[in-house]
Design a protein around this ligand. Structure first.
Ligand SMILES: [Zn+2]
Length: 333
C-alpha cells in the first residue's frame, strides 16, 4: 500500500472529479486498484543504499537520495527540507548500524509515526559483523566494503518493496538476484587484484577506519589515522604511530578518502618526510560516499572497482589497467 495520505488525496480527487463529471486525472484511469500506476516514492540516505534500492526497484520507484557525493554520513545532519522529504516518502531506506548517527533521532521519530523505515543491514547475520574494540558495543557500519556481505542486503530491499507494491514483486525478486550475481563477480575480481599485490605491500593506510570488512574479506591489513567514525578528531599520537609504522614498513603509497578531509593523511606524509622516508598518495578512495553522479565511480560497482584497482595498482599489484568492467580511466604513471 502507498502511504495513506496519498491514498486519501487520491480518493478526494476521485470524488471531486468523478462526481462532477469532469475529466479525471490520468492516474485514475490506470489499473483497477486506486493506487495502480503510481510509482513509489522512496527516500534513501547514502549513495550505496541508493544504488542498492535502485538496482531492485528499477522503473517502479522514484528513489531520492539525501546524501550526495563526498558527503560524510557520520556527520550528516538532516535539514528541515530533508525531514520534509522523509515524511513525504512511501518508504525510507537507510544503512543502519549507527552509520547515520546524527539522523537517528529523525529516523526514530519517523518510524514512531508508523511510516515505512528500513535499515538495509537489519537482517544481516550479526556473527558476520565486526565489533571493533574502539567502537564500544557497536558494530562496524561499513558493510558495503565487503561486496558479498552487502549483496546480502538485497533480499530485504526486495521484500520491503514487494510489500509496498505487490504487483511488481516478481520483478523486484528477479532484479535483486541479477544484482547479487553481478556483485558476486565483482567480489571475485577484488579478491584477485588484491592477491596480486606483493605480500609485503599488502597494507592499506587510509584516513579513517572504513575498510575493516574490506580487510577481512580480501586479505589486506588496514591501518588508519581515525577510528571507525569520523566524529572524534585524530590526535598527534595517532599520526605519529602511523608515521612509525610507515617508516618501518616502507610502503609505496597511502590513500586519501573522498568524504574525509585529507589533512591527517598529509600530516602523516610530512611526518615520514621529516624522517627521510617518501610516501606518496596512491589515489583517492571512496569510503563512505560514492563518486560524482553520472560517472562510473558514482555507482556502487564503480566505487568498489575504482578502490580495489587503485589500491592494487599503487601497492605494486597487477590489476587490469581499466578495472573490472574496463570502465575506469587508466592510472597515470
Ligand atoms: Zn566511515
Amino acid at each position: 500500500m502507498l502511504h495513506s495520505n496519498r491514498l486519501n488525496l487520491f480518493l478526494l480527487l476521485l470524488i471531486i472529479f468523478g462526481a462532477s463529471g469532469c475529466d479525471r486525472p490520468s492516474a485514475a484511469t490506470v489499473g483497477d486498484t486506486p493506487v495502480a500506476g503510481q510509482r513509489l516514492k522512496v527516500v534513501t540516505t547514502t549513495g550505496m543504499v541508493t544504488d542498492l534500492v535502485r538496482a531492485v526497484a528499477g522503473d517502479h520507484a522514484d528513489v531520492l537520495p539525501l546524501m550526495g557525493p563526498g558527503i560524510d554520513p557520520h556527520l550528516f545532519k538532516p535539514t528541515r527540507n530533508d525531514v520534509k522529504k522523509l515524511y513525504e516518502a512511501d518508504a525510507v531506506f537507510y544503512s543502519g548500524l549507527m552509520l547515520e548517527h546524527r539522523m537517528e533521532e529523525a529516523l526514530e521519530q519517523l518510524a514512531g509515526t508508523g511510516r515505512n523505515v528500513f535499515a538495509v543491514t537489519e537482517k544481516l547475520d550479526r556473527n558476520r559483523l565486526r565489533s571493533p574494540p574502539d567502537f564500544a558495543g557497536q558494530y562496524d557500519p561499513h558493510v558495503w566494503m565487503d561486496v558479498s556481505l552487502w549483496s546480502e542486503c538485497l533480499p530485504l530491499v526486495a521484500d520491503k518493496l514487494a510489500s509496498l507494491d505487490p504487483e511488481h514483486a516478481t520483478d523486484f525478486q528477479q532484479r535483486a538476484q541479477a544484482a547479487q550475481a553481478e556483485m558476486k563477480e565483482l567480489h571475485e575480481y577484488i579478491r584477485r587484484v588484491i592477491e596480486s599485490i606483493p605480500p609485503e605491500n599488502r597494507v592499506l593506510v587510509t584516513a579513517h577506519d572504513a575498510f575493516g570488512y574490506f580487510s577481512v574479506s580480501y586479505g589486506i591489513e588496514v591501518r588508519s589515522v581515525q577510528g571507525v567514525t569520523t566524529e572524534s578528531e585524530a590526535g598527534i599520537q595517532d599520526v605519529n604511530a602511523l608515521v612509525d609504522f610507515l617508516v618501518e614498513k616502507k610502503l609505496p603509497a597511502i590513500f586519501v578518502e573522498s568524504s574525509v578531509n585529507s589533512k591527517n593523511i598529509q600530516a602523516v606524509i610530512e611526518g615520514c618526510q621529516s624522517r627521510g622516508v617518501t610516501v606518496k598518495i596512491g589515489g583517492e578512495l571512496y569510503s563512505d560516499a560514492m563518486g560524482a553522479g553520472g560517472t562510473y565511480e558514482g555507482t556502487y560497482i564503480g566505487m568498489l572497482d575504482a578502490n580495489a584497482t587503485r589500491i592494487a595498482h599503487a601497492l605494486g599489484g597487477t590489476p587490469p589497467a581499466r578495472g573490472f568492467r574496463e570502465k575506469l580511466e587508466p592510472p597515470q604513471k
